[in-house]
Design a protein around this ligand. Structure first.
Ligand code: COA
Ligand code: AMP
Length: 632
């Protein structure tokens, strides 16, 4: 079948299309229909079905004879360790952790925060929650205590699952002090914490609150899967919005299950049993969908890689993992390939590895620059496919669906909409634009199954953030155009979100932290172009009168502040003190112009600017920190 035929099958009869997907899922009770509109505009899918995600990801494969197949491959160059967990072993481990949670009083609908590094226990923890209907919320290990505290207060977890440490190439990251500080900072206190002690670092436990993972699981009674309504939230995943308050994206059980299963064969072109590797982190949406859930739901083997694309030990790390485990499909962020390309421009390290198993490379998370795409194509000699999606959607919006049909390659585009996504490019007044014209990328409602039906405890914010600007459409926050062939090109964000090494960051959130510095009167954070990470955050701060003497000290203090309050992964290392910020006459900071100055791009003087001389001052100040950069 052609892509067009599949897309039109959906468009002509969405109900039938989505109900058909349900055939691949084990239901306790099949849904009577696909779309539920009773809470419009909070659309939902398969609500009256009864189902369990963990059953579909683990138990049913054991029953179907896949018990001895590896489910998880753990490869950790940072600890020099490797292990394989079969589907049978996974079932046993998951049901015991589920039993631990039940013992600790966790029930269906209770939230559980998972703050763990890239170890099998992180995936086991996620599945254990879904087994008993607890709603997990995984917090990325690179976040600082304050960010964890914000998430604790919003999700109000009954229990937190954690580990003693994460391991970064430059050393151990002890989780326990961060966890203790976060709980101290949070207003809502979890009843219990279960900690997995890693041999690299032992954490002290607080009696009455903290429990040892191994002790608890060894004595636990395994817990079975519970039957859950189709719209039961499987997880909450926080993502950056325009303020420091993250948005809790809610993932519904049944739609997520059916649609992720569909993507494995139809989008990624993968057969059950193959080894699928998403080189991301369980703390991000890619990790949720394609390290944990989709490969397991589809009966694949998934790789949990605790390492980096470079430096652990070299730029051949990805090739080693692919050849060692016969990975057929790799999914990662373009920044990882930029890092590899920079250190090994001729891909000489590939020579030592047998890559015959490798079929396709998928890239997402940020714009894939044509140079990097072509480099990967040239050296890997497999299709390299850019695809576009968001935490909110949980699965691909546009891409090249090689499992259905491989469409002609077009570098710089993210290909075509998947079934369920009626993409419209709109102008500021909400009028549909012609092909080739740049505008806001929107999706006509309803969003397809698996997408977020709302934000956790924030229905109104869901409406104001995503639905209000273009009534009847979901505003993706991305700008771009659709070309004459129907291919979508993602060009930029329309809000204050920036993308640093595939990580989504709110400039507004960073500004809130900088503004808390006692010497800072006002500030702006912008995203400047970076060859490796795509974008880097840069802070421009104005000091309070009387603080002039502290100019030298403020910059390092601001850098330290972001590291402590947001986390090291924000890579905030660029800051400069300026006398004034450029503003419109109505007082709006002109961030866009500063981005252009920092990137060395030409700009038009905005008619509304308050005082054009400020731009000259900004240009001079940026030159003192080496911006714009001279690309050699
Ligand atoms: N826990 C604690 N700290 C973490 C962390 C984690 N899980 N992940 C990153 N950090 C820290 C790093 O140790 C580093 O700290 P440092 O400033 O003390 O050196 C900082 O955050 C930045 O790390 P990182 O983002 O890994 O950047 P890098 O410059 O060390 O490496 C890349 C560059 C391109 C190799 C790296 O960014 C990368 O692998 N990116 C892929 C991103 C990705 O998979 N995104 C998911 C979207 S699909
Ligand atoms: P996240 O929610 O962290 O996955 O980030 C989603 C955002 O990353 C999108 O809204 C885009 O801005 C950007 N993004 C993701 N995939 C792509 C892609 N293939 N091309 C361009 N931008 C992308």
């Amino acid at each position: 079948m052609s892509y067009k035929k599949v897309y039109n099958t959906w468009k002509n009869d969405p109900e039938a299309f989505w109900l058909n997907l349900c055939e691949d899922i084990d239901w306790d009770r099949k849904p009577s229909k696909a779309l539920f509109t009773r809470k419009e505009p909070f659309y939902s899918w398969f609500d009256d079905g009864m189902v369990n995600t963990c059953w579909n990801a683990v138990d049913r494969h054991v029953n179907a004879g896949r018990g001895d197949q590896p489910a998880l491959i753990y490869d950790s160059p940072v600890t020099q360790s490797k292990s394989i967990t079969t589907y049978s072993e996974l079932q046993s481990k998951v049901s015991k952790v589920a039993g631990v949670l039940v013992n600790l009083g966790v029930k269906k609908g209770d939230r559980v925060i998972i703050y763990m590094p890239m170890i099998p226990e992180a995936v086991i923890a996620m599945l254990a929650c879904s087994r008993i209907g607890a709603i997990h919320s995984v917090v990325f290990g690179g976040f600082a205590a304050r960010e964890l505290a914000v998430r604790i207060d919003d999700a109000k977890p009954k229990c937190i699952l954690t580990a003693s440490c994460g391991i970064e190439p430059n050393g151990l990251v002890e989780y326990k002090p961060l966890l203790d500080e976060a709980i101290e900072l949070a207003n809502c206190k979890p009843q219990s914490c279960v900690l997995y002690q890693r041999e690299q670092c032992h954490a002290d436990l607080i009696e009455g609150r903290d429990y040892d993972w191994n002790e608890m699981t060894s004595s636990a009674t395994p817990s079975d899967c519970v039957s859950l309504p189709g719209d039961h939230p499987l997880y909450i995943l926080y993502t950056s919005g325009t303020t420091g308050q993250p948005k809790g994206v809610v993932r519904p059980s049944a739609g997520h299950l059916a649609v992720l299963h569909w993507t494995m064969k139809n989008f990624y072109g993968v057969e059950p049993g193959e080894v699928f590797w998403a080189a991301s982190d369980v703390g991000w949406v890619v990790g949720h969908s394609y390290i944990c859930y989709a490969p397991l739901i589809h009966g694949n083997t998934t790789v949990i890689y605790e390492g980096k694309p470079v430096g652990t030990p070299d730029a051949g790390a990805f090739w080693r993992v692919i050849s060692e485990y016969k990975v057929s499909t790799l999914f990662t962020a373009p920044t990882a390939f930029r890092a590899i390309k920079r250190l090994d421009p001729n891909a000489e390290l590939l020579a030592g590895y047998d890559m015959s198993c490798f079929k396709t490379l998928f890239l997402a998370g940020e714009r894939a620059d044509p140079d990097t795409l072509q480099w990967a194509e040239k050296h890997l000699r497999v299709p390299v496919i850019d695809h576009w999606w968001q935490t909110e959607t949980g699965w691909v919006i546009t891409g090249n669906p090689i499992g259905i049909e491989t469409l002609p390659v077009k570098h710089g585009s993210s290909y075509v909409p998947m079934p369920g996504y009626d993409i419209q490019i709109l102008d500021n007044e909400g009028h549909e634009l012609c092909r080739g014209e740049l505008g806001s990328i929107t999706v006509k409602l309803p969003l397809p199954p698996g997408n977020f039906p709302t934000l956790w405890n924030a229905d109104q914010r869901y409406i104001t953030s995503y639905l209000e600007e273009f009534p009847g459409y979901y505003n993706t926050g991305d700008a771009g155009y659709m070309d004459e062939n129907g291919y979508v090109h993602i060009m930029a964000r329309t809000d204050d979100v920036i993308n640093v090494a595939g990580h989504r960051l709110s400039t507004g959130g960073l500004e809130e932290v900088l503004a808390s510095h006692p010497d800072v009167a006002e500030c702006a954070v912008i995203g400047v172009a970076d060859e490796l990470k795509g974008q880097l955050p840069m802070g421009l701060v104005c000091l309070n009168s009387g603080s002039e003497g502290r100019t030298e000290k403020v910059v390092p203090e601001c850098i330290k502040l972001i590291r402590e309050k947001v986390g090291p992964f924000a890579a905030f290392k660029l800051a400069v003190v300026v006398d004034r910020l450029p503003k419109t006459r109505s007082g709006k900071i002109l961030r866009g112009i500063m981005v252009k100055i920092a990137n060395g791009e030409s700009y038009n003087m905005p008619a509304t600017i308050d005082d054009p001389v400020i731009l000259e001052e900004i240009t001079e100040k940026l030159a003192t920190i080496g911006y714009p950069k001279t690309i050699i």
